[in-house]
Design a protein around this ligand. Structure first.
Ligand code: ATP
Length: 273
């Protein structure tokens, strides 16, 4: 197991977003902690503006715990997580919410809340100068403008995921944490989320996304952090981290990497027993 995994975002300079001058984020010896025990080895990463880090690994490896620890939503941690030299752990709730937003795996929200009100929670928590416009824009980006007046509890699973994603987008933060953002979505909405992630990166934001869809990870991320169940953290370019031998070691599945004529990389189970 590598004790101190290092990684740098791989994209070049990115345009300035509307959330201020893009600045890097840095994890130093960071690990989520449960019951007093770190779930992984200490992770040291530099995340450049415009980078998309894929957080990968089998069920129970610690992806959601790591995201929750980074967002300070209830999971303890060791080490530090800084953005532009500011330790996010030292910030109060409001200033932190202006820098970092989390789409959790658990999509729960009060069932009586209107979708527009849920998205408004994000707009009011974040940096949006015009909350009403932020709400409309986020709903449109997620393709759910027609759901604005619906109560959250009446939505389908996929609609709930898109509504929560709209809340995150309305928060308009420099760091966007997404926990399995396509888990409940059909193929068309999966593609839409892929484009949203690309757009967030092109805007100079930093995206960290826990993904079970390894083909999506190959095509949308600039770097990967693969957690195994032994506490190991493997980092590098997605095509390197997702090489068949390491995927087999971590997931216990033989896989093959292919590239379509259009250049899209796909990872599929190999036809071996
Ligand atoms: N609320 C909790 N209290 C105590 N332990 C928890 C809690 N949530 C998760 N765990 C444990 O922490 C470890 C990491 O879980 P976590 O949910 O972070 O994994 P994951 O990689 O996100 O898994 P999945 O892919 O299944 O969502 C697991 O052993 C899990 O059982």
């Amino acid at each position: 197991m590598r004790r101190d995994a290092r990684l740098r975002g791989t994209r070049g300079p990115v345009p300035q977003g509307n959330h201020g001058q893009p600045v890097p984020a840095r994890l130093r010896g960071f690990a989520a902690v449960r019951g007093g025990t770190p779930l992984s080895e200490p992770i040291t990463l530099d995340l450049a503006p415009g980078s998309v880090l894929g957080l990968l690994g089998p069920n129970g490896a610690g992806k959601s715990s790591l995201l929750s620890a980074l967002a300070r939503t209830g999971v303890a941690h060791r080490g530090s997580f800084a953005h532009g030299g500011v330790d996010l752990g030292g910030l109060g709730h409001r200033p932190r919410a202006r820098r970092i937003a989390l789409l959790p795996q658990d999509l729960a929200a009060p069932p009586e809340l209107l979708v527009s009100e849920l998205v408004g929670v994000g707009a009011l928590a974040g940096t949006a100068p015009d909350p009403a416009r932020a709400i409309t824009g986020a709903l449109e980006r997620c393709g759910i403008a027609e759901l604005a007046g619906r109560r959250f509890g009446t939505l389908s699973g996929g609609q709930k995921q898109l509504a929560q994603l709209a809340r995150v987008l309305a928060q308009d933060t420099a760091i966007v944490l997404l926990d399995e953002p396509t888990a409940a979505l059909d193929l068309g909405h999966q593609r839409a989320v892929e484009r949203i992630i690309n757009a967030l990166a092109a805007d100079g934001r930093i995206v960290v996304a826990a993904l079970h869809d390894l083909t999506l990870a190959l095509n949308v991320t600039t770097s990967a952090l693969l957690l195994d169940r032994r506490g190991g953290a493997h980092t590098g370019p997605p095509g390197t981290v997702l090489r068949p031998d390491l995927v087999h070691d971590v997931y216990g599945v033989h896989t093959e990497l292919h590239t379509t004529p259009g250049g899209r990389r796909i990872l599929v189970p190999a036809d071996t027993p």
